[in-house]
Design a protein around this ligand. Structure first.
Ligand code: PXP
Length: 247
């Protein structure tokens, strides 16, 4: 890579997943975001879904208020969420497709097929100073359509690449490389994300013009594992008077 330094946006949605699973007020999404920033993350990503399965409206406002890096709000092109985005004023919005039954964002947004409904919201958000990004598959028509509706940025969906065994990733990598080149020629910022982890990450370094990688699930999962010894140690310390000195 010869371009500007690659940046990391950390998606903290699944900190909220853990909290929502028990209806507690912890773990704190804001604390997690601040910990990511303290560790060097260049930005924080959260996805306010229509079904509110993890991030809640209050999280969006709280994260916006507390973080010092960039806030990237992932969202569907839904009128209610568009109004929230305009009210919150994230640095970036990434428009994604959303289906209630999906486990995560499956496939990119059909920008080419939904241009009429995207035009107005994209324009309003851009006018309010938000950088609008389209989460799309590395498909030439979708990249062209993103430029046509005036989005300054795309995020290439890396899910298909990540889901394949390493030896079979060649074609998907070629699509990502071609997509990044096309987007760059159209003057678009190129981000990427979905399914990236410490094992598959290096393949993405062959894709040119990458500005930011947005990574969530694998980082939150890793955090649980590396944090487990400290969490158990703290609990044993709290039990210490009654554990016979085994803490
Ligand atoms: N980028 C977008 C647009 C997403 O929807 C997601 C998942 O919320 C991610 C990146 C992060 O994906 P993962 O959690 O698999 O790292």
């Amino acid at each position: 890579m010869t371009e500007a330094a690659l940046k990391l946006g950390v998606n903290v949605d699944h900190v909220a997943t853990l909290r929502q699973a028990r209806g507690t007020d912890y773990p704190s999404v804001v604390e997690a975001a601040l910990a990511c920033e303290a560790a060097g993350a260049h930005g924080i990503t959260i996805h306010l879904r229509e079904d509110r399965r993890h991030i809640q409206d209050a999280d969006v406002y709280a994260v916006r208020k507390q973080i010092g890096t960039r806030l990237n709000l992932e969202m569907a092109n839904h009128p209610e969420i568009v109004e929230i985005a305009l009210d919150v004023g994230p640095d970036e919005v990434c428009l994604v497709p959303e289906k209630r039954e999906e486990l995560t964002t499956e496939g990119g947004l059909d920008v080419a097929g939904t241009m009429d409904s995207l035009l107005g919201p994209v324009q309003r958000m851009r006018e309010s100073g938000i950088m609008v990004s389209m989460f799309i598959d590395p498909d030439p028509d979708q990249i062209q359509a993103s430029a046509t509706i005036g989005a300054p940025c795309i995020e290439l969906h890396t899910g298909a690449f990540c889901d394949l065994p390493p030896a079979e990733r060649g074609t998907e990598l070629e699509r990502l490389v071609a997509g990044a080149r096309q987007a760059h020629e159209l003057g678009l910022q190129v981000n990427a994300g979905h399914g990236l982890n410490l094992d598959n990450l290096s393949g993405i370094f062959d894709v040119p013009y990458m500005d930011t990688l947005n990574i969530g699930h694998s980082i939150v999962s890793h955090a649980v594992m590396v944090g487990m010894p400290a969490a158990v140690t703290a609990m044993l310390a709290a039990m210490e008077p009654y554990t016979g000195g085994r803490a």
